[in-house]
Design a binder for this molecule. Sequence first.
Ligand code: UDX
Length: 430
Amino acid sequence: MRVSIIGSGYVGTTIAACFAEVGHEVVNIDVDSEIVSAINSGEAPIHEPGLAELIDRHGGDRLTATTEYDAVRDTAITFLALPTPAREDGSIDTSIIEGATETLGETLAAKDGDHVVTTKSTVIPTTTSETLAPILESASGKPVGEEIHVAMNPEFLREGTAVSDFQNPDKIVFGTETDAAKHALAAVFEPLIETTDTAVVNTGIEEAEMIKYANNAFLASKVSLINDIGNICKEYGVDAYEVAEAIGLDDRIGARFLRSGLGWGGSCFPKDVAAIKSAAREKSYEPLMLDAATAVNDRQPQRLLGLLHKHIDVANKRVAVLGLSFKPGTDDIRNSRAIPVIEGLQQRDADIVAFDPVATDNMRDEFPEISYADSPAAAVADASAALVVTEWPAIAELDSEFDTMATPVVIDGRRAIDRRDGIVYEGLTW
Ligand code: UDX
C-alpha cells in the first residue's frame, strides 16, 4: 500500500520507518530539508533504538522523504504527525497541523479517487471533524465524506521503545466515520494485526481523540496516586515499594506504573494532562482529580529537597545530581524532574555537579552555570550529598564510589540505590 506521512518528528519518522518495514511504500513529508536528505540517504534524523536499522534498510528505497506535498496524490492515505505545542495556559496550539492540512487539501484538489486523511497528532476531541475537516474541504473544494475522508489514529509509542511499541502494540485505535476510512486504516495496519494479537478498537473520531488523552491522563494519575500513597508511607516508615507490589497483584489495579518517586516528566504526560484539563475548563468542568495529579507531581521534587535539607545545609556545598533525562534510555530533558531539583538547589546556593550518560548537552543548554561530570563516580567524589533523579543503570550500580563523598548523604528519588551501611540513605517514599 502507498502511505504518506506529514511530519518527520519523533512519531512521524518512527511510524514511517515501521510502515516501510511491514512492506508499505512510504513517503514522509517535512519542511526540514536536512531531515529529508538524512532519511533518503538511510540515516535516522532522531535517536530511537532500532530506528537507525530500519531507515538504513528502507531509506531512499521503500521509504522516501520530500519537502513537496505532490507525492501524497500517489498514496491512498495520509497521516498527520505534526506537533501540537502547548500554549501558556496548557491548551494546544493547532496552527502547525492546520497549516499542513490546508496545503494537503490544496494538493488533493488535483487527485482523482478516494483519499483518507488521518490525524496522528494528539488533539482535543472535535479537532479533526470541526477544525481540520472544514480546512480540507475549503482547500480541496471537495466535501469530506465523499472522496476525501477523515480519521483519527492515536499513537501510544514511548520514547526509547517506540519501534518495539509499534511492532507489539497493546491496541490499535481507529476513529472513523466512513467505511472508506475504516477500510483504509485496516489495510495499513493489516500486517501488524495479522502477526500480533493486538486488540483493534473501532470507534468514532472524537472517541479516538479522547482515548489518547484518557490513556496518558490515567497513567500519569496512577503514578501520582502511588506517589501520594508513597508519601504517606514515608511518614509512617512504611516501604511504598512493598505496598505497591502487593496491590499490583490485584488485577483491577495492575503492577505497571506503580513506581513511586520523583514523578512524571517528558513531552507527553505533562502536556497532555495540561491540555485535557484546559479543554475541560473550556466546557466549565473542573477536573479535580487531574488537578490533584498535577499538584502531587509538582510537589515530589520539593519533598526530595526537603529530605535533603533535613540532613544537610547545602549552601556552598558540592551536591551531585545523578540523572538529568526525564527517564532512563533517552536524552530528552523536557519536563524532567531534574529541572525543579536543580532550581531548588540553586535557590539554596549549592555548588551543583550533574551527571547523565546522554542528556548532559541538553541540560547544559538549560543550566550552563552548573558543573557536569563525565561519570557518576566523578560526580559523587567529594560531594556532601547526592540526589538520584533518573534510574540509569550506571547510577544504580554506584556502591563503593559513595565512600569518596565528603559526607555520604544519598537521597534517592527513584529507588535506584540499595540502602547500605556507611551511607546516610533516604528513599523518597520508602
Ligand atoms: C508516554 C506514554 O507511556 C506513551 O504511551 C505516550 O504515547 C507518550 O507518553 P513516555 O513519555 O515516553 O511515554 O514515557 P513513560 O515511559 O510513559 O514515562 C513517563 C514518566 O512517568 C517518566 O518521567 C517516568 O519516570 C514516570 N514514571 C513512569 C514513574 O514515575 N513511575 C512509573 O511507575 C512509571
